[in-house]
Ligand binder design. Structure first.
Ligand code: NAG
Ligand code: NAG
Ligand code: NAG
Ligand code: NAG
Ligand code: NAG
Length: 173
């Protein structure tokens, strides 16, 4: 709990500092708390959430660092292939794409594109393929942290969500 509070305080400090003058957070905190990529992941998630009246996610450096360790490991050892993310306490979405690199926004937009197959009334979607979208707009998820790594001809992106979404039998919002 104390750690969560500290994280939230650091995040809000970072946000107020970066929005006031674009300066880096003080040296007592992690240097790149909310950089351009983080803002892109957040904005893409939060506009999809706003469309359905769900409150925005906040950026979590802890989640980002967790995702970063995994994408770097996959880059160095597994040619950027999908990671095995099961059995973790966070919700997780990942995306692999070959060829040209996708920006954080483009990756999140591919997840959000599942929305058109999703029917809120019965909380289901065509061929059961909307887990990515439902996690993006999952109301009880409050924090987001993502990271990306590239190999010669592919990119792996992982986002973690806390608390996790996609609880069986629950609607996202
Ligand atoms: C993924 O990890 C889980 C938990 O650690 C394990 O039970 C499962 O067999 C793994 N799956 C694959 C495909 O390696
Ligand atoms: C996306 O996240 C949700 C919730 O954690 C999970 O059920 C789903 O399997 C994930 N999909 C991918 C492709 O990572
Ligand atoms: C919607 O569902 C169809 C049928 O499964 C699938 O071919 C299509 O890729 C889905 N669209 C998105 C954006 O997920
Ligand atoms: C959910 O509702 C949609 C739209 O009415 C329908 O096409 C779909 O078959 C329904 N799915 C289930 C599992 O009932
Ligand atoms: C995000 O952070 C702001 C500022 O610290 C806080 O007011 C808000 O409640 C937080 N939102 C969530 C969903 O935790």
């Amino acid at each position: 709990m104390a750690r969560l509070l500290l994280t939230l305080i650091i995040i809000s400090l970072a946000i107020s500092q970066s929005s006031s003058q674009g300066s880096l957070p003080s040296s007592t905190t992690t240097p790149t708390l909310i950089n351009a990529a983080a803002q892109e992941y957040l904005d893409a998630h939060n506009s999809a959430r706003a469309e359905v009246g769900v409150q925005p996610l906040n950026w979590s450096v802890t989640l980002k660092n967790t995702a970063r360790l995994i994408v770097l490991y996959q880059r160095d050892k597994n040619n950027c292939k999908f990671a095995n993310l099961s059995g973790r306490k966070y919700g997780a979405n990942q995306s692999w794409n070959g060829g040209t690199q996708q920006s954080p926004q483009e990756v999140v937009l591919t997840w959000v594109s599942e929305k058109k197959n999703y029917t809120y009334a019965n909380n289901s979607c065509l061929d059961d393929k909307c887990g990515l979208y439902k996690q993006v707009v999952w109301k009880k998820s409050l924090e987001l942290g993502c990271a990306q790594a590239s190999c010669a001809d592919s990119t792996l992106t992982i986002c973690f969500y806390n608390p996790p979404g996609n609880i069986v039998g629950e609607k996202p919002y």
